[in-house]
Design a protein around this ligand. Structure first.
Ligand code: SF4
Length: 377
């Protein structure tokens, strides 16, 4: 099984924390969509013919800026060029300010069967600080409508925000739960270089939230959602049984995916590639044949390190028998040795022959995984 990902590189305005690729000018939207349709046809051979598509994902940027007709064109091109599995999850990321008359019904009609709503917070002061284009009222209204029409939807929440505290975060979670989504993605705010937020922090206009509060928010998130029956299947992802995101699971389990659009990433099992993060250069690349994709072939060590990173972030953990089979016993012996200190510190533990991260160390998983990496010479 494989996935197709569309990166829709437009946003109404720039959120202060965001370092994704997008443009706030929609002037060349038609041209760009045409280029994305061409890219899909140009690159169809990159996914093996025997692989069926079981996930189509519209991310960005803000894909809900596209009309249902535009989204349908992209879905139809996937259908024309690839074999689809009998069940295909088709997800669209949607921002609360993008609701318009009949939009949800149209999305449903063209085959979108999963929505991922970018709520981030139910507090207007936090939304304002992040420069989100919506307010809390729009999020409530949209979620109410989504719940009536879609039985599969997710919502995004950000913790660790300046102006937040544990009490507000608890309220955010309870409000999210009141809509009974079958999936919640929740990320810790990170201060990315060259964002407005990093500038504000440097200038001391915004105060970063205390690390202890951020950790308490994460712990509350885990406890509360698990109590409510959500499976914590990846560091930032919680799903009701059988509602894990097909797209994300494919990514974490090393399956192939084709990323279409500026800045989109792809993986065919051996080679990673990424498209240029510039809308005009991307369109030019498609129309003139000027290279717009960079590629990197992963060597054995890269693949081992990636397996450690994705495995430890997920509930599945890192399996010694998988390592032995894919990489050889040298890697297995090395991992057993390298993990010892963090096992003694109760940060990692063995579940049979599977290495997992203890509950208290989940928040630190990226650092724990990189401690185990083998360095490429
Ligand atoms: S809407 Fe999403 S992609 Fe666009 S600026 Fe905000 S966070 Fe970034």
């Amino acid at each position: 099984m494989a996935s197709v990902y569309f990166h829709v590189p437009f946003c109404k305005q720039a959120c202060h924390y965001c370092n994704f690729h997008f443009s706030t000018s929609l002037k060349n939207k038609a041209l760009l969509l045409k280029a994305m349709l061409s890219e899909l046809e140009l690159r169809k051979a990159e996914l093996s013919e025997s692989e069926q598509i079981n996930s189509i994902y519209f991310g960005g940027g803000t894909p809900s800026l596209l009309s249902a007709i535009e989204i349908k064109m992209l879905i139809d091109t996937v259908k024309t060029n690839f074999a689809l599995a009998s069940e295909v999850e088709i997800t669209l990321e949607m921002n609360p300010d993008d609701d318009r008359p009949n939009y949800l019904k149209e999305l449903k009609k063209i085959g979108i069967n999963r929505l991922s709503i970018g709520v981030q917070s139910f507090f207007d002061d936090e939304l304002k600080l992040m420069n989100r284009a919506h307010d809390a009222k729009e999020a409530f209204l949209l979620l109410k409508k989504v719940k009536e029409l879609f039985d599969n939807f997710s919502l995004d929440l950000i913790y660790g925000m300046p102006m937040s505290n544990l009490e507000k975060w608890e309220k955010n979670i309870e409000l999210a739960l009141s809509f009974e989504p079958n999936h919640i993605s929740s990320y810790a705010l990170t201060i990315e270089p060259k964002t407005v937020l990093s500038h504000q922090v440097k200038k001391q206009q915004v105060e970063v939230l205390d690390e202890e509060v951020v950790l308490a928010q994460f712990n509350f998130l885990m406890d509360r959602l698990e109590k409510e029956g959500y499976e914590h299947y990846e560091l930032s992802s919680f799903g009701k049984p059988s509602f894990q995101s097909v797209n994300n699971c494919a990514y974490w389990s090393g399956k192939s995916y084709l990323g279409i659009g500026p800045s989109a990433h792809s993986f065919d099992g051996i080679t990673r590639s990424w498209n240029i993060s510039n809308n005009a250069e991307y369109v030019k690349g498609i129309s003139t044949g000027k290279p717009f994709i960079e590629r990197e072939t992963l060597n054995e060590i890269d693949r081992y390190n990636e397996y450690l990173m994705t495995g430890l972030r997920t509930k599945k953990g890192v399996s010694l028998s998988h390592i032995e089979e894919k990489f050889g016993s040298r890697y297995k012996i090395l991992l057993e040795k390298e993990a010892q200190n963090n096992i003694a510190a109760q940060m990692l533990y063995w579940d049979g022959d599977v290495l997992k991260v203890s509950r208290k160390a989940k928040f630190l998983v990226d650092g724990l995984a990189s401690d185990l990496f083998i360095l490429n010479n």
